[in-house]
Write a protein that binds this ligand. Structure first.
Ligand SMILES: *[C@@H]1O[C@H](CO)[C@@H](O)[C@H](O)[C@H]1NC(C)=O
Ligand SMILES: *[C@@H]1O[C@H](CO)[C@@H](O)[C@H](O)[C@H]1NC(C)=O
Ligand SMILES: *[C@@H]1O[C@H](CO)[C@@H](O)[C@H](O)[C@H]1NC(C)=O
Ligand SMILES: *[C@@H]1O[C@H](CO)[C@@H](O)[C@H](O)[C@H]1NC(C)=O
Ligand SMILES: *[C@@H]1O[C@H](CO)[C@@H](O)[C@H](O)[C@H]1NC(C)=O
Ligand SMILES: *[C@@H]1O[C@H](CO)[C@@H](O)[C@H](O)[C@H]1NC(C)=O
Ligand SMILES: *[C@@H]1O[C@H](CO)[C@@H](O)[C@H](O)[C@H]1NC(C)=O
Length: 249
């Protein structure tokens, strides 16, 4: 039922309007709003109507081909995907406010205002707003883990909360190394990814490793330096701490 909403105007005309909206986009006249997952977006219809007029207009907010919110005879209706996290402010440019943004909210939103005239509804105003939802991975973190065997050190690189699907690689002097236990997971609710990977290396030499995470056309990376002189000093420090701990009270 929700999806068979009548627009109150013949389809070819509606099609023309959408084509015009497309051209508008092409001429870069379209308003763009960039937000991050879980944030709040306010999309303006850029049009005001008086309270008296409210009963004589229909306001539709739609995204691509689905309905988001409608105001008819002064009554607000919100479609299930937007329920409990979307509302409108008719006193402020007929804007819609979407809370707890999801990746799937990414898209172009259209606001249509129709006014009743001589018994039928005529187009009064049309605005399109492009909502871009970003989900950037933070710079990866590299942590040290227990040695799997003498002289071999294990480090792990991980980052989470980004989109689209990432690819991780370990590099030393521009050459790709063999990673172990590379794990990729996706949160079913937020669609955001987590990636982690381990690297084993011979700790008797100096090293500079780069953990590189690529997603879409973006990249984040972290470097891990291992210097045997510093490493030896660190080991001595740990040993002396151990001595303190075993010394009598
Ligand atoms: C609509 O009303 C708001 C609040 O009074 C105002 O800030 C805004 O400029 C108005 N918009 C237009 C398109 O006139
Ligand atoms: C919205 O909230 C109402 C009341 O808390 C609840 O009954 C309904 O299931 C919720 N709808 C969605 C889609 O979460
Ligand atoms: C959001 O939509 C734009 C096109 O409108 C697309 O270029 C972009 O990749 C989309 N982003 C996500 C995270 O889906
Ligand atoms: C990586 O693994 C492949 C196959 O197991 C092996 O042939 C290659 O020598 C390894 N490379 C390094 C740098 O260890
Ligand atoms: C592989 O990595 C995952 C995630 O970091 C970890 O939970 C698991 O214990 C690791 N497995 C092995 C065999 O090291
Ligand atoms: C680590 O490197 C040293 C020096 O190159 C070598 O003698 C040793 O066998 C290596 N250890 C392992 C476990 O690969
Ligand atoms: C490792 O790096 C340290 C500090 O840069 C340097 O003094 C040392 O000579 C290097 N050792 C080797 C084996 O390259």
């Amino acid at each position: 039922m929700c999806h068979t909403l009548k627009w109150g105007m013949p389809l070819p005309k509606l099609f023309q309007l959408l084509v015009l909206a497309g051209l508008f986009d092409f001429c870069s006249g379209i308003i763009q709003v960039t937000k991050t997952v879980k944030e709040i977006a306010v999309l303006s219809c850029d049009y005001n109507i008086s309270t008296e007029e409210l009963t004589r207009v229909r306001i539709y907010w739609q995204k691509d081909n689905e309905m988001v919110l409608a105001v008819m005879s002064g009554k607000v209706r919100v479609w299930p995907k937007y329920e409990n996290r979307t509302f409108t402010d008719v006193t402020n440019n007929l804007c819609i406010v979407i809370l707890a943004l999801r990746l799937s909210d990414n898209g172009t939103y259209t606001c249509v205002v129709q006014k009743q005239e001589k018994g039928s509804y005529k187009l009064e105003h049309l605005t399109a707003v492009k909502l871009l939802i970003k989900a950037d991975f933070p710079v990866p973190s590299i942590t040290a883990h227990e040695s799997p065997s003498p002289n071999i050190k294990r480090i792990r690189c991980s980052t989470s909360g980004g989109f689209p699907e990432p690819h991780l690689s370990w590099l030393e002097n521009g050459e790709e190394l063999n990673a172990t236990n590379t794990t990729l997971s996706q949160d079913p609710d937020t669609e955001l990814y987590t990636i982690s990977s381990e690297l084993d290396f011979n700790m008797t030499g100096n090293h500079s490793f780069t953990c590189l995470v690529k997603y879409g056309d973006l990249t984040v990376s972290q470097t891990f330096n291992w210097q045997i002189r510093l490493a030896a000093r660190q080991r001595r420090k740990e040993e002396s701490r151990e001595m303190e701990r075993i010394s009598p009270i």
